[in-house]
Each structure stands twice: as structure tokens, then as C-alpha cells.
Design a protein around this ligand. Structure first.
Ligand SMILES: N[C@@H](CCC(=O)N[C@@H](CS)C(=O)NCC(=O)O)C(=O)O
Length: 250
């Protein structure tokens, strides 16, 4: 039987908050049309649909109603289809708090750290589309693209080094959320989907694997986002920038 609602999701292919929204729709068992925009023209297309200033993806239309941003989309999906819940009643407020933290504090690292690492290994940008390392002309193009991305996202070496220095505390926070049962259960919460998508992007960066390997943060990310294309080989960041991984717990 056809679904009663007409749902469209506007995405850019490599975007991790788009994966959050896609996974939430799938979890709710809702069919949707995935509309893939082209980077660049997406700015006007999104603003025409979602209003001035709302140029980022994801955006969702639900029977013509517009919902912009991953957090708003997950809340709206919960109203539309309460089961299975993304905000289980007994932990709903803690899930919302963790989700907001994932959106405000963690999500940007999923942009700055991969683009930061790719500056040092631009040929690896080919892996983002599922291909192998780029050839020399492709690498020339990648270098220009990555340079623009640094400008757009305000990436500098000083900021990257700060981001890297602060990462272990953020991963500890994710593990703490798992220990408290806010994420990491049998069924994903909104916080699993928001935080897991960002951690999944960080797992593409070979230099960051030792910080995440075997941790609850890694399990959450790989459980809800098993497929993610892209690999930036370890050794991209200059020596000494990536904090040492914590010793394995006995
Ligand atoms: N916190 C927002 C951020 C959305 C966001 O910045 N999306 C990026 C893709 S990951 C985007 O649209 N980038 C293109 C642009 O800024 O125009 C959300 O979760 O919806």
C-alpha cells in the first residue's frame, strides 16, 4: 500500500547530517524521495524551498511543509511516526541534550578534520566518491577544491591543531553517553544518529583511527552507518598534531 505522506529529502551526497536524516527516515520505515543537489547551485535551490538563509542540507518537505536542518527533521519525524521512538520517553531530555551537543559541538569536526587532512593528501579525495587515489590532473583539481573548503569552513593549521587537541575529550564524552545508555542501545536514539554520523566521518581519517578503535563511539558509528566511502591514509597530519591514543584499558 502506498504511504500516506509525500516526503522529499534534499541532500548533498557526502554530507553527514544528511545521512543522519536518511537513517532516521529508514528507522521509522518511511519512504522518501532522495533529491541529490549539486554543490554550488544547492545554495539557491535550498533557499528557494526553505527560505532565505537556509542554504544548508538536509532539508525535508513533508506533504509540502518544509523542515530545515537535521535536528528539526528528526523532531518532526518523531511527531509523524512515534514508533519506534528516537527520543524514548524515559531518556528523552538527555537524548535531546546529547543530540544538540552533537549538532553544535561535534558536527563541524566532521568537516574540518577530513578537509584538514585532505590538504596533506589531496589525491585521497578520489576515495570520497568510491574511487581510488586521483591521478595528477585530478589532484590539481582536488587541491583547488580543498583550498576553497578551507576558506569556506574557516580552517587554519592553528584551528586544526586545536580541534585535534580537543578531540579526545569529545570522544570521552561520546563514550560517557554510551555508558549512560543515551546512545549505543539496540535501537538508535536521535543522539546515536546525530553523533554516530559525525564519528563515522572521522573514521575515514586514518590518523584518527587509533583514537577511536575499539571504543563505544566507534561501535555506534559503524552500527548505524556501516557504509561510508572515503579513506585518508594515516600520516596525513604533521607529526605531533594528533594526540596519542589512550592506553588500552585492562
Ligand atoms: N547543523 C546543520 C548543518 C548543516 C550543514 O552545514 N550542512 C552542510 C553539509 S554537511 C552543508 O549544507 N554545506 C553546504 C553549505 O554550507 O552551503 C544540520 O545538521 O542540518
Amino acid at each position: 500500500m502506498a504511504q500516506a505522506h509525500d516526503i522529499k529529502l534534499h541532500v548533498l551526497p557526502p554530507s553527514h547530517p544528511c545521512k543522519t536524516a536518511e537513517q532516521a527516515l529508514a528507522h521509522k520505515g518511511l519512504e522518501f524521495e532522495r533529491i541529490v543537489l549539486t554543490p554550488g547551485p544547492h545554495v539557491n535551490e535550498m533557499q528557494e524551498l526553505y527560505g532565505e538563509g537556509n542554504s544548508t542540507v538536509p532539508g525535508m518537505t513533508l506533504d509540502g511543509e518544509t523542515v530545515h536542518g537535521s535536528v528539526a527533521i528528526l523532531e518532526r519525524l518523531e511527531e509523524l511516526a512515534p514508533d519506534p521512538p528516537l527520543y524514548p520517553a524515559e531518556i528523552a531530555e538527555a537524548v535531546r541534550e546529547a543530540e544538540r551537543w552533537g549538532d553544535a559541538e561535534l558536527q563541524d569536526l566532521g568537516r574540518r578534520l577530513p578537509f584538514g587532512a585532505m590538504h596533506f593528501r589531496p589525491e585521497s579525495m578520489g576515495s570520497m566518491g568510491g574511487g581510488g587515489p586521483l591521478d595528477p590532473p585530478g589532484t590539481d583539481f582536488a587541491m583547488k577544491y580543498i583550498h576553497q573548503a578551507w576558506r569556506y569552513h574557516g580552517i587554519t593549521c592553528a584551528r586544526l591543531a586545536d580541534d585535534l587537541a580537543g578531540l579526545p575529550a569529545k570522544i570521552d564524552h561520546v563514550d560517557d553517553l554510551a555508558a549512560r545508555g543515551i546512545i549505543g542501545g539496540e535501537s538508535p536514539t536521535a543522539a546515536d544518529l546525530q553523533i554516530g554520523a559525525t564519528v563515522r566521518v572521522l573514521l575515514m581519517v586514518g590518523d584518527l583511527l587509533p583514537l577511536l578503535a575499539g571504543r563505544p563511539a566507534e561501535t555506534v558509528a559503524r552500527t548505524w552507518f556501516p557504509q561510508y566511502e572515503g579513506e585518508i591514509p594515516a600520516g596525513a597530519f604533521p607529526a605531533g598534531w594528533v594526540p596519542t591514543a589512550p592506553k588500552a584499558r585492562a
